[in-house]
Design a protein around this ligand. Structure first.
Ligand SMILES: *Cc1c(COP(=O)(O)O)cnc(C)c1O
Length: 502
């Protein structure tokens, strides 16, 4: 790959030029303010955004690493954790910390479970964790990082965890079982009561991943919708994760990890006592902890309050129901399972290729995740989507109509894929890596920009001889993403005439 190096501009650019270049750069991004993206951005209006901006700015320079230097952040963090815990059935014994996001919350919870296991399951030399296949990849990442073996169990036809399969997967090495409220792919809540009961009976830990649901389900429940019990009110639940940068509508970089007792939390902590730089201890994965995320979360929770969140949840649930009913009414499309809140998977209900519907949506400026096993598109309805439900449904209807076609075409398509896959196996390496390049570009991760036609690419991926190839392909694509592309212009080219910064 022909690389390129960018050096620091010799003379600084004027502030205005820098800011304008940054604004212009956003033209290529998905239009999240208009509700075109799902799950990457949670937006509750420009007014709230301006408030968050201000709150974040006040504490932008502060560092939560050292609570004795910044008692302000320590107090805000503690109050945020307590407010979330109280929404989630926690008593005064529940404790926790803020982290940079759901992934970090899950990482520290799994690390804590591993360390807890050393004390409470000393025979478990190689600790294991039992989790439904639908649990977020952050758990697999934690397993990968911390040397815990993940034991995946299948889910039931309604996409919820199969507790019988989980029970069978537990053995003397198991330190942790996992349930999600809700799980991400189809938005259904696992049977947390049964999973936690299982953990309690075996004397092991149980983590509930309420990253997406923790700041939504309590309100959904209070609005009168049926919600499977999922929080600390369920005996046997020992830790939980809840993101504030999702339905908490906080600034990014805000999540909470909670433990039923301080005794459980201790195992997740780290302390170094012999470093020449002093005694060093930290509760989470990071070192420096940005004050802005903590402060903005504290601010938005105080500003919205219970009634504010309830009112947003009411609107979001109405919209989610409208979208769900609307999709079920479209010929050839359906919502999978019985999602309990506003997260759902949209699948084809006949022979149509749902990824083709996804391609149509991309062409219309929407950004929908493509999911697999089963193939479906993903929707996370939030406050940004209240006004666009009708347009979304109209485009889905059109997409479904266009994806309807002669079954013979599909056989021709399959034939082409089979050919490509044979080619992958017999062609020399240089040619196949070229092919990989092409596929990565199509995924929208290689050459920048958003994917255009993913249906063909997914078809090809699905028929690759083994899943390991896909892993390698994705790592190649990731690798390419953070190299300067010789074909791409600099954002802010260095000009010899650029005046120095004022
Ligand atoms: C978003 C999410 C996570 C991970 O959170 P990040 O903030 O993206 O790290 C974990 N679990 C579920 C169910 C989620 O929706």
């Amino acid at each position: 790959m022909s690389g390129r190096i960018k050096t620091l501009p010799r003379e600084g650019h004027p502030r205005q030029d820098v800011l304008e270049a940054m604004e212009a750069l956003r033209d290529g991004d998905v239009r999240w303010r208009e509700g075109r993206v799902f799950s990457l951005v949670f937006h509750a209006g420009d007014d709230l955004k301006a408030f968050l901006h201000e709150a974040y700015g006040i504490y932008m320079a502060e560092n939560g690493l050292n609570p004795s230097a910044f008692p302000s952040l320590r107090r805000m963090e503690t109050e945020v954790v307590s407010m979330v815990a109280s929404l989630l059935g926690g008593d005064a014994g529940v404790c926790g910390n803020m982290t940079s996001g759901g992934t970090e919350s899950i990482l520290v919870a799994v690390l804590g479970a591993r360390e807890w296991g050393k004390l409470h399951r000393p025979s478990a030399k190689a600790p294991e964790m039992v989790l439904p296949r639908t649990a977020h990849p952050a758990f697999e990442k934690a397993a990968h990082y911390f040397g815990v073996t993940p034991v995946f169990t299948p889910v039931r036809a309604d996409h919820r965890a199969d507790v019988r399969a989980m029970r069978r997967a537990i053995n003397r090495r198991t330190v942790l079982v996992v349930g999600s409220a809700p799980q991400y792919p189809q938005g259904v809540v696992d049977p947390i009561g049964e999973i936690a009961h299982l953990a309690e009976r075996r004397g092991i830990l149980c983590h509930v991943d309420a990253c997406v649901g923790g700041m939504m389900l309590p309100f959904v429940r209070d609005l009168g919708y049926p919600v499977t019990p999922f929080d600390f009110s369920v005996p046997g639940v020992t830790s939980m994760s809840t993101d504030l940068h999702k339905y908490g509508y906080a600034a990014k970089g805000a999540s909470v990890v909670m433990y039923r007792t301080p005794e459980i939390r201790r195992h997740a902590y780290f302390a170094s006592t012999d470093w020449p730089g002093g005694i060093y201890a930290s509760p989470t994965l990071g070192g420096t902890r940005p004050g802005g995320g903590i402060a903005a979360a504290w601010a938005v929770m105080h500003h919205l309050g219970y009634e504010g969140y309830l009112s947003i949840a009411r609107d979001v649930m109405r919209t989610a129901r409208r979208v769900r009913d609307g999709i079920d009414a479209i010929e050839g499309l359906c919502v999978l399972g019985e999602p309990e809140m506003s997260v759902m998977g949209v699948a084809s209900s006949d022979a149509r290729d749902i990824y083709e519907v996804g391609d149509h949506m991309t062409g219309r400026g929407w950004h929908l995740d493509r999911q697999q096993n089963p193939n479906c598109l993903h929707l996370t309805i939030n406050a940004a989507h209240l006004q666009i439900a009708d347009e979304l449904l109209a485009d889905l209807r059109e997409g479904a109509r266009l994806a309807e076609r002669d079954p013979r075409d599909r056989w021709i398509e399959r034939g082409k894929q089979a050919l490509i896959n044979t080619a992958v196996r017999v062609l020399p390496g240089r040619v196949t890596s070229k092919l990989t390049d092409v596929v990565s570009k199509r995924m929208g991760v290689g050459g920048g920009g958003l994917p255009r036609r993913s249906a063909a690419m997914y078809g090809m991926m699905a028929s690759l001889p083994n899943r390991g190839d896909i892993g390698k392909l994705v790592v190649d694509a990731l690798d390419g993403m953070t190299r300067l592309d010789a074909a791409e212009d600099e954002i802010l080219p260095d000009s010899p005439r650029a005046p120095a910064a004022e």
